[in-house]
Design a protein. Structure first.
Length: 257
């Protein structure tokens, strides 16, 4: 009986070691430093582009993230050059490494503020002020209630339908070729670290890395999905992500029909 208990105890220890090693291999860590003064940088955002998982460095500049060899990590921080780092076998084996970020050199341009030259007559002034409320759809992520800033465009349905049957259409090409990246949208939206990151960003940099497109293509996609120029220019990255995700879901439903 004692031999059996001893055998089970040893087996449990071995199983625990194997599980710990497996868990360790699926997680990598690193400390991020400022390349100029070699000080650790807190609150740096890290996203695993292959698994749509996020992490943030602590007060000591250290982070851990779920990753395996050959995964690509997108690392970004306000005021620093964003970089992409490939996870190597040595990194996985050692468990931790050091990464250095370079500060951006930012030159501020002159900003001119112009007033509206109003006459005091309502009928005349309403024509002088440009109409900025041309949105067809406008939803705000993170707020309890979404709202519409205007009516749906009468061409909204036909645009998406045309994209399904027209191989040259922008949406057809994008949704057809980027299906793997677009399937990650649900996972990205459920990761709190990624949502918190995108909610305060407006540069589309992280989205271009996640979706494998440039900023111009993101604007074109949203235009084809019938989002207004106002929304495209002013929405944060999380709102843009939600908009692309919603358009993709509509596209899949219509395509099935």
């Amino acid at each position: 009986m004692q031999k059996i208990i001893g055998f089970l105890f040893v087996f449990a220890l071995l199983a625990g070691n194997i599980s710990a090693q497996t868990l360790q291999k699926n997680t990598v860590g690193a400390t991020i430093y400022n390349s100029q003064n070699l000080t650790p940088i807190p609150n740096v955002n890290i996203i695993n582009l292959n698994k749509a998982k996020g992490a943030v460095t602590n007060s000591f500049g250290y982070f851990e993230i779920n990753a395996v060899a050959n995964d690509t990590l997108h690392i970004s921080m306000i005021g620093f050059q964003s970089i992409r780092v490939r996870v190597t076998n040595d990194w996985v084996k050692n468990g931790a490494t050091k990464i250095y970020l370079t500060e951006k050199a930012i030159a501020l341009e002159e900003v001119k503020v112009r007033k509206y030259h109003l006459t005091g007559y309502l009928e005349v002034d309403t024509k002088l002020i440009p109409d900025v409320n041309d949105s067809y759809r406008y939803s705000i992520s993170g707020l309890p209630h979404a709202y519409e800033a205007g009516e749906y465009s009468p061409k909204a349905f036909s645009r998406v339908m045309n994209s399904i049957f027209n191989p040259a259409d922008m949406l057809y090409n994008f949704f057809g070729k980027k299906s793997k990246e677009l399937r990650k949208l649900k996972d990205m939206k459920q990761d709190d670290k990624i949502r918190n990151l995108l909610e305060v960003k407006f540069d589309r940099e992280t989205l271009t890395a996640l979706l494998g497109v440039d900023k111009k293509e993101i604007a074109e996609i949203l235009q084809h999905c019938n989002y207004s120029e106002t929304f495209i220019q002013t929405a944060n990255d999380l709102q843009i992500l939600d908009a692309i995700s919603q358009c993709y879901e509509e596209y899949k439903i219509l395509k099935k029909k």
